[in-house]
Design a binder for this molecule. Structure first.
Ligand code: MN3
Length: 200
C-alpha cells in the first residue's frame, strides 16, 4: 500500500477570509503532498512499505536512525488531523462532553483559551499546538517541528499548525492574530468531541 494524500474535507476557499484559498493550496497541495511523497520514498522497498502512518509513527518515534521517516510520517498525519481541526463557522466555545471536560480540567473556557494561545504563540520556531487527552485528563501542549502527541501515548483532540507556512501568506509575522482567529472562528469542536468520544 502506498500512502496517499487525503483530500481536504472542504473547498479550498471554505475557510476564507480567515485562511485563504492560496494558503490552503500551498499548504495542502505542496507541503502536505511533499511529506507523503517523502515518506513513500523512504519506505519504498523496505519492510515498512505497507505500514499505515500510525504504525510508521510508532515504529520510528524513538529510533534515532529513522528520524527522516518519523518527520515525514508524523507531518503527514499531523496535517490530515489539522484539516479536520478547522471548519467553516467553527470556533467559540465547545458544547457537549468536551465543554464539561474543559470546565473540569481548565476551570473554564477562558482559561483553556489562555493556555492554548500561550502554547501556540510561545512555541519557538516551527511546531504545533494541541489539545490532548493524557491519562483521562485534558491538557494543552506544544510540540516542536514534526513531533506529535501520538508518539508520546497521548490522544490528540484538536491541533493548530504554527509553522510559518501555515499562516505567513495571510498573517505574515502576526502569529497571535492567526491563533486568535483559529479559536474565534475555525476550531472544529465537533471533531474534537468525536475524538474525545472515541477515546472513552
Ligand atoms: Mn503545515
Amino acid at each position: 500500500m502506498t500512502l496517499t494524500l487525503p483530500n481536504l474535507p472542504y473547498a479550498k476557499d471554505a475557510l476564507a477570509p480567515h485562511i485563504s484559498a492560496s494558503t490552503l493550496e500551498f499548504h495542502h497541495d505542496k507541503h502536505h503532498a511533499a511529506y507523503i511523497a517523502n515518506a513513500n520514498k523512504l519506505v519504498a522497498g523496505t519492510e515498512l512499505e505497507n505500514k499505515s502512518l500510525e504504525e510508521l509513527i510508532a515504529i520510528t518515534a524513538h529510533a534515532a536512525d529513522k528520524k527522516a521517516l518519523f518527520n515525514n510520517a508524523a507531518q503527514a498525519w499531523n496535517h490530515d488531523f489539522l484539516w479536520h481541526s478547522m471548519a467553516p463557522n467553527g470556533g467559540g466555545a465547545p458544547r457537549g462532553a468536551l465543554a464539561e471536560c474543559i470546565e473540569r480540567d481548565f476551570k473554564g473556557f477562558a482559561s483553556f483559551v489562555e493556555a492554548f494561545s500561550t502554547a501556540a504563540i510561545g512555541q519557538f520556531g516551527s511546531g504545533w499546538a494541541w489539545l490532548v487527552l493524557n491519562g483521562g485528563k485534558l491538557e494543552v501542549e506544544a510540540t516542536a517541528n514534526a513531533d506529535t502527541p501520538l508518539a508520546h501515548g497521548k490522544v490528540p483532540l484538536l491541533t493548530l499548525d504554527v509553522w510559518e507556512h501555515a499562516y505567513y501568506l495571510d498573517y505574515q509575522n502576526r502569529r497571535p492574530d492567526y491563533v486568535k482567529t483559529f479559536l474565534d472562528t475555525l476550531a472544529n469542536w465537533d471533531f474534537a468531541n468525536a475524538n474525545l468520544a472515541k477515546a472513552k
